[in-house]
Design a protein around this ligand. Structure first.
Ligand code: SF4
Ligand code: SF4
Length: 390
């Protein structure tokens, strides 16, 4: 499965599922919004995760399951089992890694290197070494493998090490991509990094390029559309489409890091718990909730302006989370989006969001200037001066 196929499914409610396997991570990226480190023990129970993924059926399962963290490859055997289970029901799987296992030396924080565990060694012209066996088995089990790379990651794992490891993954026949983050279309770091990727892989490794934002890695798949001059105008939230399994096993309707982390979860974003609920139940809640339908079609600010009875806190997502206990919002959403009309609105919004495929999704929710890179071998980028500067 190529990156563009995966990203193109992002606007469709419950077409994907994000599974946080652990909050632990051996790296210490300065911008880590999941607060991950090697000592954090928060992670969902493996049995609960397997039971939940085991509840997929060929008729009712997500199209895409994204294994993420923290660092999902700290639980490689579990990642492999979950991937195999999901694929058994017809889902396709992807894994997003910070690449701790690729470090060839000099980095901080306990990556797997050399010796019996087989660290990644050598330069482009000499791609010696091997991936750690358990990591390799997990990577072989997925349909797509993505590596994170940005200025903070590069302080933990060098660009050269990440590239070497990606060559090895490609040689296993697994489709790969890079998730790159910078400050926008005019960021010289992004220009340099994307040039380096092109030079290293000759356009065969697609990139999902995002702009710095206060969300975690899982959230890099999408974000709320930019609001225009009227903050109460319809501004749909595309993050409310794919359910997210958080580190305590609770299932949230979106990947906003505060929503994922804080408890109790706002009622309208709480889809259940993997210890008690199966996929069919979570999916039904995600698809049929009138409030979620309205978040996906008009967004939280519009919903609050139209029906809200309480104060409207500052940010887009703060405002959304505050809607949780507002009975007037629930009643208003029920009246507008509770029935078949709401279902149709929701589908129409998803179709609109997917109209221009993966590139359109990135143009709206990622770094527009680099949208063509989401497609492997896609069209050449315009010269730097011609790019959309945000
Ligand atoms: S690799 Fe990701 S999860 Fe790990 S510290 Fe860096 S940003 Fe956090
Ligand atoms: S908190 Fe609300 S507005 Fe923010 S990403 Fe989640 S669903 Fe969207």
């Amino acid at each position: 499965m190529e990156l563009a196929e995966l990203v193109a499914r992002r606007p469709f409610p419950a077409a994907g599922l994000l599974l946080g396997l652990t909050r632990r991570c051996p790296l210490s990226c300065a911008h880590c919004s999941t607060g991950s480190d090697l000592f954090t023990r928060e992670e969902p129970d493996a049995g609960h995760l397997e039971r939940f993924v085991g509840s997929f059926t060929t008729e009712n399962r997500p199209d895409v399951v994204m294994l993420t963290g923290g660092e999902p490859l700290l639980r490689p055997a579990l990642a492999e089992r979950l991937s195999t289970l999901a694929q058994g029901a017809g889902s396709r799987t992807a894994l997003l890694s910070g690449m701790f296992f690729a470090r060839s030396g000099g980095g901080r924080g306990g990556g797997v290197r050399g010796g019996r565990s087989g660290g990644v060694r050598g330069g482009r012209s000499g791609r010696r070494g091997a991936l750690p066996p358990a990591v390799l088995r997990a990577i072989r089990s997925v349909d797509h493998f993505s590596a994170s790379l940005d200025v903070h990651h590069e302080r933990e794992v060098s660009r050269a090490d990440v590239f070497r490891a990606l060559h090895l993954v490609r040689e296993e026949g697994v489709a790969v991509s890079l998730h790159l983050t910078g400050t926008g279309g005019s960021d010289p770091y992004l220009a340099d990094l994307t040039r380096a990727v092109e030079k290293e892989f000759g356009g065969r490794v697609p990139c999902l390029v995002n702009e710095v934002r206060p969300f975690g890695r899982a959230a890099s798949w999408a974000r709320a559309a930019r609001t225009g001059p009227d903050p109460e105008a319809a501004s749909p939230c595309s993050m409310a489409a794919w359910p997210v399994v958080a580190f305590d096993g609770r299932v949230l309707a979106c990947c906003n890091q505060d929503a994922v982390d804080r408890r109790p979860a706002p009622a309208h974003l709480d889809l259940g718990h993997i210890a008690e609920d199966d996929w069919a139940t979570v999916r039904r809640r995600a698809l049929e909730s009138p409030v979620l339908r309205m978040l996906r079609t008009v967004g939280p600010a519009h919903l609050a302006a139209r029906f809200g009875s309480g104060p409207r806190p500052g940010s887009y997502c703060d405002g959304c989370r505050a809607l949780g206990g507002d009975a007037a919002v629930a009643a208003g959403a029920q009246a507008v989006a509770g029935g078949a009309a709401g279902e149709l609105l929701d589908l129409t919004a998803a179709m609109r969001g997917s109209r221009e495929g993966a590139q359109g999704v990135v143009r709206r929710h990622g770094c527009a200037a680099y949208a063509p890179l989401v497609v492997a071998g896609g069209p050449a980028l315009p010269e730097a001066g011609e790019r959309d500067i945000r």
